[in-house]
Design a protein around this ligand. Structure first.
Ligand SMILES: *[C@@H]1O[C@H](CO)[C@@H](O)[C@H](O)[C@H]1NC(C)=O
Ligand SMILES: *[C@@H]1O[C@H](CO)[C@@H](O)[C@H](O)[C@H]1NC(C)=O
Ligand SMILES: [Zn+2]
Length: 309
Protein backbone atom coordinates (compact mmCIF):
# COMPACT_ATOMS: atom_id res chain seq x y z
CA UNK A 1 0.00 0.00 0.00
CA UNK A 2 2.72 2.50 0.89
CA UNK A 3 6.45 2.41 0.39
CA UNK A 4 8.97 2.29 3.16
CA UNK A 5 10.13 5.90 2.66
CA UNK A 6 6.55 7.11 3.26
CA UNK A 7 6.14 4.98 6.37
CA UNK A 8 9.54 6.27 7.47
CA UNK A 9 8.25 9.79 7.12
CA UNK A 10 5.11 8.96 9.06
CA UNK A 11 7.20 7.40 11.80
CA UNK A 12 9.48 10.40 11.88
CA UNK A 13 6.47 12.69 12.13
CA UNK A 14 5.03 10.63 14.99
CA UNK A 15 8.35 10.71 16.82
CA UNK A 16 8.59 14.48 16.40
CA UNK A 17 5.02 14.88 17.65
CA UNK A 18 5.78 12.70 20.67
CA UNK A 19 8.93 14.70 21.34
CA UNK A 20 6.90 17.90 21.07
CA UNK A 21 4.48 16.65 23.72
CA UNK A 22 7.30 15.57 26.00
CA UNK A 23 9.04 18.90 25.52
CA UNK A 24 5.96 20.98 26.19
CA UNK A 25 5.30 18.99 29.37
CA UNK A 26 8.90 19.32 30.43
CA UNK A 27 8.72 23.06 29.78
CA UNK A 28 5.58 23.42 31.89
CA UNK A 29 6.91 21.45 34.78
CA UNK A 30 10.08 23.50 34.55
CA UNK A 31 7.93 26.61 34.99
CA UNK A 32 6.31 24.91 37.96
CA UNK A 33 9.54 23.85 39.58
CA UNK A 34 10.98 27.34 39.03
CA UNK A 35 7.94 28.71 40.84
CA UNK A 36 8.56 26.28 43.70
CA UNK A 37 12.20 27.39 43.89
CA UNK A 38 11.14 31.06 43.85
CA UNK A 39 8.75 30.40 46.76
CA UNK A 40 11.54 28.69 48.69
CA UNK A 41 13.88 31.61 48.03
CA UNK A 42 11.23 34.12 49.16
CA UNK A 43 10.66 32.05 52.30
CA UNK A 44 14.41 32.08 53.02
CA UNK A 45 14.58 35.83 52.41
CA UNK A 46 11.80 36.51 54.91
CA UNK A 47 14.18 35.28 57.62
CA UNK A 48 13.23 33.43 60.78
CA UNK A 49 10.05 34.59 62.42
CA UNK A 50 7.39 32.92 64.48
CA UNK A 51 3.91 33.45 65.83
CA UNK A 52 4.82 33.47 69.54
CA UNK A 53 3.55 37.08 69.79
CA UNK A 54 1.21 36.97 66.76
CA UNK A 55 3.75 39.08 64.86
CA UNK A 56 3.94 41.97 67.31
CA UNK A 57 7.72 41.46 67.43
CA UNK A 58 8.22 41.58 63.65
CA UNK A 59 10.28 44.52 62.39
CA UNK A 60 10.57 46.94 59.46
CA UNK A 61 7.39 47.60 57.49
CA UNK A 62 5.61 45.07 59.75
CA UNK A 63 6.26 47.50 62.62
CA UNK A 64 5.91 50.93 60.97
CA UNK A 65 3.72 50.35 57.90
CA UNK A 66 0.43 52.23 57.72
CA UNK A 67 -1.39 49.89 55.33
CA UNK A 68 -0.98 46.59 57.11
CA UNK A 69 -3.05 43.41 57.17
CA UNK A 70 -5.05 41.71 58.55
CA UNK A 71 -7.73 44.10 59.79
CA UNK A 72 -11.07 43.80 61.55
CA UNK A 73 -13.72 43.83 58.82
CA UNK A 74 -17.10 45.24 59.76
CA UNK A 75 -20.17 45.42 57.54
CA UNK A 76 -21.48 48.47 59.43
CA UNK A 77 -18.22 50.45 59.32
CA UNK A 78 -17.20 49.60 55.76
CA UNK A 79 -18.20 51.66 52.71
CA UNK A 80 -21.05 49.77 51.12
CA UNK A 81 -20.60 49.79 47.37
CA UNK A 82 -21.36 47.82 44.27
CA UNK A 83 -18.65 46.43 42.05
CA UNK A 84 -18.30 44.24 39.04
CA UNK A 85 -18.39 40.57 40.00
CA UNK A 86 -15.04 38.94 40.42
CA UNK A 87 -14.57 36.96 37.22
CA UNK A 88 -12.78 33.63 37.60
CA UNK A 89 -11.01 32.13 34.60
CA UNK A 90 -9.67 28.57 34.43
CA UNK A 91 -10.68 28.16 38.05
CA UNK A 92 -12.72 25.06 37.20
CA UNK A 93 -10.01 23.58 34.97
CA UNK A 94 -8.02 20.64 36.31
CA UNK A 95 -4.53 21.68 37.40
CA UNK A 96 -1.45 19.78 36.28
CA UNK A 97 -0.51 17.01 38.65
CA UNK A 98 1.08 16.89 41.14
CA UNK A 99 0.54 19.95 43.30
CA UNK A 100 3.41 20.26 45.74
CA UNK A 101 2.46 21.15 49.32
CA UNK A 102 5.25 22.12 51.73
CA UNK A 103 5.51 22.75 55.46
CA UNK A 104 7.70 25.88 55.37
CA UNK A 105 7.57 26.32 59.14
CA UNK A 106 4.88 28.99 58.95
CA UNK A 107 2.10 27.36 56.98
CA UNK A 108 1.20 24.54 54.60
CA UNK A 109 1.99 26.15 51.25
CA UNK A 110 0.79 24.89 47.88
CA UNK A 111 2.47 26.30 44.78
CA UNK A 112 -0.22 26.20 42.10
CA UNK A 113 0.80 24.71 38.75
CA UNK A 114 -0.83 25.75 35.47
CA UNK A 115 -3.94 23.89 34.35
CA UNK A 116 -3.70 20.87 32.05
CA UNK A 117 -4.24 23.33 29.16
CA UNK A 118 -1.06 25.10 30.19
CA UNK A 119 -2.88 28.23 31.37
CA UNK A 120 -3.09 29.69 34.82
CA UNK A 121 -6.24 30.32 36.78
CA UNK A 122 -6.72 34.11 36.86
CA UNK A 123 -9.14 36.73 38.11
CA UNK A 124 -10.27 40.28 37.43
CA UNK A 125 -13.27 42.47 38.25
CA UNK A 126 -14.31 43.27 41.80
CA UNK A 127 -12.10 46.15 43.01
CA UNK A 128 -9.00 44.55 41.54
CA UNK A 129 -6.61 46.95 39.77
CA UNK A 130 -5.98 44.61 36.86
CA UNK A 131 -5.86 40.92 36.02
CA UNK A 132 -4.15 38.60 38.48
CA UNK A 133 -2.84 35.05 38.03
CA UNK A 134 -3.07 32.43 40.80
CA UNK A 135 0.37 31.52 42.16
CA UNK A 136 -0.01 29.74 45.47
CA UNK A 137 -2.35 28.98 48.33
CA UNK A 138 -1.77 28.56 52.06
CA UNK A 139 -3.65 28.45 55.32
CA UNK A 140 -3.83 30.17 58.71
CA UNK A 141 -5.28 28.20 61.60
CA UNK A 142 -5.76 28.06 65.37
CA UNK A 143 -5.44 25.17 67.77
CA UNK A 144 -7.71 22.69 69.52
CA UNK A 145 -8.84 25.53 71.79
CA UNK A 146 -8.60 28.62 69.56
CA UNK A 147 -9.58 29.91 66.15
CA UNK A 148 -7.00 31.09 63.66
CA UNK A 149 -8.34 33.23 60.82
CA UNK A 150 -6.35 36.42 60.23
CA UNK A 151 -9.17 38.80 59.34
CA UNK A 152 -12.14 39.00 61.61
CA UNK A 153 -15.61 39.74 60.23
CA UNK A 154 -18.04 41.58 62.51
CA UNK A 155 -15.84 40.55 65.46
CA UNK A 156 -15.92 36.87 64.49
CA UNK A 157 -12.69 34.98 64.12
CA UNK A 158 -13.10 31.84 62.03
CA UNK A 159 -11.26 28.55 62.44
CA UNK A 160 -9.19 28.71 59.25
CA UNK A 161 -8.49 31.32 56.58
CA UNK A 162 -7.36 30.19 53.14
CA UNK A 163 -5.25 32.65 51.15
CA UNK A 164 -5.03 32.30 47.39
CA UNK A 165 -2.15 34.52 46.27
CA UNK A 166 -2.30 36.09 42.80
CA UNK A 167 0.21 38.19 40.89
CA UNK A 168 -0.68 41.10 38.60
CA UNK A 169 -0.25 40.18 34.90
CA UNK A 170 1.63 43.50 34.56
CA UNK A 171 4.47 41.82 36.43
CA UNK A 172 4.37 38.46 34.69
CA UNK A 173 8.12 38.68 34.05
CA UNK A 174 8.75 39.14 37.78
CA UNK A 175 8.58 36.78 40.72
CA UNK A 176 5.93 37.14 43.41
CA UNK A 177 8.59 38.64 45.70
CA UNK A 178 9.54 41.20 43.04
CA UNK A 179 5.90 42.04 42.32
CA UNK A 180 5.42 42.70 46.04
CA UNK A 181 7.49 45.88 45.61
CA UNK A 182 4.55 47.49 43.76
CA UNK A 183 1.29 48.65 45.35
CA UNK A 184 -0.70 46.73 42.72
CA UNK A 185 1.61 43.71 42.60
CA UNK A 186 -0.54 41.14 44.36
CA UNK A 187 -4.15 40.20 45.00
CA UNK A 188 -5.08 37.75 47.72
CA UNK A 189 -8.44 36.06 48.08
CA UNK A 190 -9.41 35.14 51.65
CA UNK A 191 -11.81 32.26 52.29
CA UNK A 192 -13.04 31.57 55.82
CA UNK A 193 -13.64 28.04 57.09
CA UNK A 194 -15.70 27.08 60.10
CA UNK A 195 -15.02 23.75 61.84
CA UNK A 196 -18.23 21.85 62.45
CA UNK A 197 -19.05 18.36 63.61
CA UNK A 198 -21.57 17.59 60.89
CA UNK A 199 -21.29 18.89 57.34
CA UNK A 200 -23.71 18.72 54.47
CA UNK A 201 -21.44 19.83 51.60
CA UNK A 202 -18.35 17.66 51.34
CA UNK A 203 -15.67 19.94 49.74
CA UNK A 204 -13.77 16.92 48.48
CA UNK A 205 -10.88 18.94 47.06
CA UNK A 206 -10.06 20.58 50.39
CA UNK A 207 -10.53 17.33 52.25
CA UNK A 208 -8.10 15.64 49.84
CA UNK A 209 -5.56 18.34 50.74
CA UNK A 210 -6.23 18.11 54.49
CA UNK A 211 -5.85 14.32 54.37
CA UNK A 212 -2.25 14.77 53.24
CA UNK A 213 -1.30 17.16 56.03
CA UNK A 214 0.04 14.34 58.25
CA UNK A 215 2.71 13.75 55.57
CA UNK A 216 4.13 17.24 56.09
CA UNK A 217 4.05 17.32 59.89
CA UNK A 218 7.81 17.89 59.91
CA UNK A 219 9.27 21.28 59.10
CA UNK A 220 10.66 21.37 55.56
CA UNK A 221 8.78 18.32 54.30
CA UNK A 222 6.72 18.24 51.11
CA UNK A 223 4.04 16.04 49.67
CA UNK A 224 2.69 15.61 46.16
CA UNK A 225 -1.06 16.06 45.81
CA UNK A 226 -1.85 13.81 42.90
CA UNK A 227 -5.66 13.76 42.51
CA UNK A 228 -7.70 15.98 40.20
CA UNK A 229 -7.51 19.45 41.72
CA UNK A 230 -8.79 22.80 40.50
CA UNK A 231 -8.32 26.29 41.91
CA UNK A 232 -12.10 26.42 42.34
CA UNK A 233 -11.92 23.85 45.14
CA UNK A 234 -9.97 26.34 47.26
CA UNK A 235 -12.99 28.66 47.22
CA UNK A 236 -15.01 26.07 49.16
CA UNK A 237 -18.19 27.01 47.24
CA UNK A 238 -18.62 30.32 49.09
CA UNK A 239 -20.68 33.06 47.43
CA UNK A 240 -17.98 35.03 45.65
CA UNK A 241 -20.31 37.99 44.96
CA UNK A 242 -20.26 38.99 48.62
CA UNK A 243 -16.93 40.33 49.86
CA UNK A 244 -14.80 42.97 51.56
CA UNK A 245 -12.00 44.68 49.69
CA UNK A 246 -9.20 47.00 50.78
CA UNK A 247 -5.55 47.85 50.13
CA UNK A 248 -3.24 46.09 52.56
CA UNK A 249 -0.11 44.03 52.99
CA UNK A 250 1.31 40.57 53.16
CA UNK A 251 0.62 39.21 56.65
CA UNK A 252 4.11 37.70 56.97
CA UNK A 253 7.51 39.46 56.94
CA UNK A 254 8.41 41.64 55.15
CA UNK A 255 4.73 42.70 55.29
CA UNK A 256 5.02 44.42 51.88
CA UNK A 257 2.13 46.81 51.18
CA UNK A 258 1.31 45.36 47.80
CA UNK A 259 -1.94 43.47 48.26
CA UNK A 260 -5.46 44.21 47.09
CA UNK A 261 -7.41 42.09 49.54
CA UNK A 262 -10.71 40.41 48.72
CA UNK A 263 -12.14 38.57 51.70
CA UNK A 264 -15.38 36.70 51.11
CA UNK A 265 -18.09 37.41 53.67
CA UNK A 266 -19.51 33.92 53.79
CA UNK A 267 -17.69 31.09 55.60
CA UNK A 268 -17.72 27.44 54.52
CA UNK A 269 -18.28 24.57 56.93
CA UNK A 270 -15.63 21.85 57.05
CA UNK A 271 -15.42 18.83 59.36
CA UNK A 272 -13.49 19.54 62.55
CA UNK A 273 -11.78 16.15 62.24
CA UNK A 274 -10.16 17.33 59.00
CA UNK A 275 -9.31 20.83 60.19
CA UNK A 276 -7.67 19.37 63.30
CA UNK A 277 -4.91 17.89 61.07
CA UNK A 278 -3.37 21.38 60.82
CA UNK A 279 -2.61 21.37 64.53
CA UNK A 280 -0.12 18.50 64.18
CA UNK A 281 2.29 20.43 61.98
CA UNK A 282 5.60 21.50 63.49
CA UNK A 283 7.76 24.58 62.97
CA UNK A 284 11.55 24.76 62.54
CA UNK A 285 11.97 24.57 66.35
CA UNK A 286 10.01 21.30 66.42
CA UNK A 287 7.27 23.11 68.28
CA UNK A 288 3.60 22.84 67.37
CA UNK A 289 2.76 25.13 64.47
CA UNK A 290 -0.53 26.46 65.85
CA UNK A 291 -2.18 29.89 65.87
CA UNK A 292 -0.21 31.00 62.81
CA UNK A 293 -2.17 34.19 62.39
CA UNK A 294 -1.00 37.78 62.70
CA UNK A 295 -2.68 40.21 65.13
CA UNK A 296 -5.24 42.70 63.80
CA UNK A 297 -3.66 45.91 62.41
CA UNK A 298 -4.83 49.53 62.47
CA UNK A 299 -6.96 50.61 59.53
CA UNK A 300 -5.44 54.15 59.59
CA UNK A 301 -8.14 55.88 57.54
CA UNK A 302 -7.99 53.42 54.68
CA UNK A 303 -11.24 52.89 52.80
CA UNK A 304 -12.59 49.39 53.35
CA UNK A 305 -15.31 48.44 50.90
CA UNK A 306 -18.15 46.05 51.51
CA UNK A 307 -20.04 44.45 48.65
CA UNK A 308 -23.20 42.90 50.07
CA UNK A 309 -24.99 39.91 48.57
C1 LIG B 1 6.95 14.57 43.88
O1 LIG B 1 6.96 14.31 42.46
C2 LIG B 1 8.19 14.66 41.83
C3 LIG B 1 8.05 14.37 40.34
O2 LIG B 1 6.86 14.84 39.82
C4 LIG B 1 9.33 13.84 42.44
O3 LIG B 1 10.55 14.24 41.86
C5 LIG B 1 9.37 14.06 43.95
O4 LIG B 1 10.34 13.22 44.52
C6 LIG B 1 8.01 13.78 44.58
N1 LIG B 1 8.07 14.15 45.98
C7 LIG B 1 7.59 13.38 46.94
C8 LIG B 1 7.71 13.93 48.33
O5 LIG B 1 7.07 12.30 46.75
C1 LIG C 1 -6.08 51.01 46.38
O1 LIG C 1 -5.24 52.12 46.14
C2 LIG C 1 -5.36 52.64 44.82
C3 LIG C 1 -4.26 53.68 44.64
O2 LIG C 1 -4.29 54.62 45.66
C4 LIG C 1 -6.77 53.16 44.62
O3 LIG C 1 -6.91 53.69 43.32
C5 LIG C 1 -7.75 52.02 44.83
O4 LIG C 1 -9.08 52.49 44.75
C6 LIG C 1 -7.55 51.36 46.19
N1 LIG C 1 -8.35 50.14 46.24
C7 LIG C 1 -9.08 49.80 47.29
C8 LIG C 1 -9.83 48.52 47.22
O5 LIG C 1 -9.14 50.50 48.30
ZN1 LIG D 1 -1.66 34.23 54.41
Amino acid sequence: MYDSSRSGLVLQFLMLAALGIVCSQARLSEIYFNDIRAEEAAEQASGSYNYDQQGKDWEGTCQDGLQQSPIALSSSQAIVTSARRIAFYNYDETLQSPLVMTNNGHTANIVLPPTRNGQRPYINGGLLPGTFEAQSAHFHWGSSSSKGSEHTINDNRYDVEIHIVHKNLRYSDKTVAEASEYWDGLAVLGVMLRAVNRVLSPHLGLIGIFNQLPQIAQYGSSTNLTGRYSAQQLLASVNTNHFYSYNGSLTTPDCAESVTWTVFGEAANLPRRHISKFWDLQDSREQSLVNNYRAIQDINDRPVYYIPK
